[in-house]
Design a protein around this ligand. Structure first.
Ligand code: ZN
Length: 65
């Protein structure tokens, strides 16, 4: 699986790597049961934000500030 193969990422630009990292973190958070809550303040991110940005790690307020 691509996500588990670091060697396969060598050709990726930094932006794509950052996105992959966010996806991996989100998958970890799903396993932890913390997915959907802001990584910074702990507030629920809300369905709208997750639909727009499924791998967001922080709520709108934290990402803006
Ligand atoms: Zn927050």
């Amino acid at each position: 699986m691509l996500l588990e193969d670091d060697a396969a990422q060598e050709g990726l630009d930094p932006e794509a790597r950052a996105e992959l990292r966010a996806i991996r973190t989100s998958l970890d958070r799903i396993e932890d049961g913390t997915y959907g809550s802001c990584a910074r303040c702990g507030a629920a991110m809300g369905e709208d934000r997750l639909r727009a940005l499924p791998f967001a790690l922080t709520c709108v307020r934290c990402s803006a500030g």
